[in-house]
Design a protein. Structure first.
Length: 148
C-alpha cells in the first residue's frame, strides 16, 4: 500500500511543481511528516493507527524524492542544472537509503524492542527536516518558485 501511495503522490507532486508550488516548503513538509510518523511509532501499534501511519509515511516518501530531483533546476535554473548537481543529491539520498536498513537491525539488536527505532529514526529525520526547512527558507529568499 505505501508503494502505491508513493507513486500516486510522486506523480501529483511533479504536477504541483510544474504548476508553481514552491519546492522548498513541500520538501520541508514531507520530511517533517516522515519525522512525525517515526516519533509517533510507539502509539501506532493498533491496526487503524498502523494503517494511518503507513498512509502518512507513503505521502511523505512520495513527495521527498520528487522535490529532491527538482532542486538543481529550482536552485540553479533549468539551463544551468547539470548532471553534477543531480549526482550530489543522489549521493546523499542513496547514503540515507543505505544506512537505514543497516541501522534498523542494530537498534533492534541493542534494545530488543522494535518501537525503539521510532525515536532513533525520528531524531535523524527531524535533523534532516531542519535542513529541509532551512533550505526552504533559503529558496524563498531567492524568490524561486520552481524549475524554469
Amino acid at each position: 500500500m505505501p508503494v502505491v501511495i508513493l507513486i500516486v503522490v510522486g506523480l501529483l507532486t511533479s504536477t504541483w511543481i510544474r504548476r508553481g508550488v514552491p519546492v522548498g516548503p513541500m520538501l520541508a513538509g514531507s520530511m517533517l511528516l516522515q519525522a512525525a510518523v517515526w516519533w509517533a511509532m510507539p502509539w501506532t501499534e493498533g491496526l487503524v493507527a498502523g494503517v494511518v501511519s503507513l498512509l502518512l509515511y507513503g505521502i511523505g516518501i512520495g513527495i521527498t524524492p520528487v522535490c529532491l530531483f527538482a532542486m538543481p533546476s529550482t536552485i540553479l535554473g533549468s539551463k544551468r542544472a547539470g548532471p553534477g548537481a543531480f549526482a550530489a543529491i543522489m549521493t546523499g539520498r542513496n547514503l540515507g537509503v543505505l544506512i537505514g536498513p543497516v541501522l534498523l537491525p542494530q537498534v533492534l539488536a541493542i534494545t530488543g524492542v522494535w518501537s525503539a527505532s521510532g525515536p532513533v529514526f525520528g531524531a535523524i529525520t527531524t535533523l534532516d527536516a531542519i535542513g529541509g526547512v532551512l533550505l526552504a527558507v533559503g529558496l524563498a529568499r531567492m524568490g524561486r518558485r520552481g524549475p524554469d
